[in-house]
Design a binder for this molecule. Sequence first.
Ligand SMILES: NC(=O)C1=CN([C@@H]2O[C@H](COP(=O)(O)OP(=O)(O)OC[C@H]3O[C@@H](n4cnc5c(N)ncnc54)[C@H](O)[C@@H]3O)[C@@H](O)[C@H]2O)[C@@H](O)CC1
Ligand SMILES: Nc1ncnc2c1ncn2[C@@H]1O[C@H](COP(=O)(O)OP(=O)(O)O)[C@@H](O)[C@H]1O
Ligand SMILES: [K+]
Length: 535
Amino acid sequence: MNRYERIQQIAVTAAQMREIEGRIFAGGMPVAALMEKVAGLISQRVQSLFPLLLNPTPSPSPSNGEGRRDFSEFLVRVGVLVGPGHNGGDALVVARELHFRGYQVKIYRPFSKLKDLTAQHDLYAQSLGICYVEDIADLQDCDLIIDGLFGFGLEREIKDNLAETINGLNEWSKLVISIDLPSGLHTDTGEVLGTAIKANHTLCLGLWKLGLLQDQALEYVGKAELIDFDIPLADVTAILGEMPQIQRVTKGFIKEHLPLSRPAVTHKYKQGHLLLICGSRKYAGGAILTGLGARGSGVGMLSIAVPESLKSLLVSHLPEALIIGCEETESGAIASLPQAVDLGSYDAIACGPGITTEATTIVEEVLANNKPVILDADGLNILAQLGTISTLQNRQVTTVLTPHAGEFKRLFPDIENVQQNRVEAVKKAAELTGSIVLLKGARTAIGNASGKVWIIPESTPALARGGSGDVLTGLIGGLLAQGVAANINSLVERVVIAAWWHAQAGILAAKERTELGVDAFTLTQFLNPVLSGLL
Ligand SMILES: NC(=O)C1=CN([C@@H]2O[C@H](COP(=O)(O)OP(=O)(O)OC[C@H]3O[C@@H](n4cnc5c(N)ncnc54)[C@H](O)[C@@H]3O)[C@@H](O)[C@H]2O)[C@@H](O)CC1
Ligand SMILES: Nc1ncnc2c1ncn2[C@@H]1O[C@H](COP(=O)(O)OP(=O)(O)O)[C@@H](O)[C@H]1O
Ligand SMILES: [K+]
């Protein structure tokens, strides 16, 4: 795996970053030299994002009213916010470099006590005659704000005057670039400590900070990118180990694990047999969408158990699937599976979308079987009623739970503050149950029993729409069944692939059809194009 891939797959806490940084300095890298290097890279990136252009705006000529091109230099006015620590030091170096390149720079430094290195850069910026402003309002005419107030060293809430300053600045709706992370965000959880800068771009330094991958940070982060400053991989490995416990899921990871080709000699049952148990008279569509998600996975054989009255509907949407009509309750939920159904004959079973909470015995039956099971939606609500941990404790085979935050709270009432630290929550839930837990959201996180967590770093709010979770359940089921048929030992990668694939399909669909054009059926149509794009 090349350096770029390795680095992109890592996410660190503030404490880990501090330790890695410590090793670099202990190795002999001077602190000042590193700051100069890092801030040089930031400054170059800022210049490529906001170049000093020849002004392309035609200015109207008073005589004939026709446009005339004005080729005078277009000044970019940059306001730089400087904090007391090394984040502020980075900002001062960026201010100096932009000043030399011809940008019109103004510095706002609301602190009198600075770390030594920061203080030195501050002195030099003053000696160069760069403009300092006392009042944040003096930055209101800037085209761009660079936020170097705090990085991963923020340790307490932002309060009083500084909080007011940040709140005021957020209201200007200016273009803001944050250095390392938006000032005010907790480096590990992404929680807002008092208040935080709302950035359009975040230039994260060296390694991805975990907080940038948590849902609650996203409103502040904007477009995030990593500025690689050549942290030696040996130093990363020394702190995080060869197999880091938290993994940011990249395209490279997917390519490594996704089975893109089939053996030349095979047959349908060797390519996985998935049983879906889903749907009710009330929720018929969920069964179709789950089926279409499974279809997208390429699974060899698909069987779908639905209430008898939905059978012909399912046949018409999924002609390749074997539809099993089940006896139903008065309200049209599955009452029982036909005697002829042998749960042990499938490679994996996905159960839950649309089954209603009447189908308790079905869920019990499914879990009593020793085949990998995916539970979603009402399958999860039933599990919560049965008692999540006690029910799953003795299961010897893979169970995958795919809750959104609401379902998660019902499943794990003792795990507090789920949304405040989703990565930690999913880790605990997976360890407690010995299951694979996938917590849905803007940054879906997947945990396994050994405490490892994978995060899907890109997605789209276009997916926040009824039925898109059903598609995911089918996709996971299909990939799992294929993995079991191929005798793959570790199934968690299959779940991770499904979550990444689902998100990418959403992104691709939103690109072609806008964020409002990604209904769940449309989403299923974009699963295959994601795959062809990988080849
Ligand atoms: N990790 C690395 O290898 C590198 C880090 N660099 C920069 O250094 C930053 C970390 O620097 P620091 O450790 O100095 O930390 P910060 O610059 O993030 O801030 C720490 C300073 O802020 C003060 N502080 C913390 N919370 C406060 C609050 N709520 N109100 C007021 N003051 C508060 C602290 O007392 C300390 O002086 C990174 O984010 C990055 O920008 C780069 O310069 C170079 C390389
Ligand atoms: N803001 C968002 N950004 C990205 N993905 C999202 C967002 N909101 C929801 N999703 C994704 O959409 C899907 C919704 O699933 P779920 O809540 O189960 O809906 P449903 O039950 O209606 O199918 C999940 O995969 C989730 O990760
Ligand atoms: K910052």
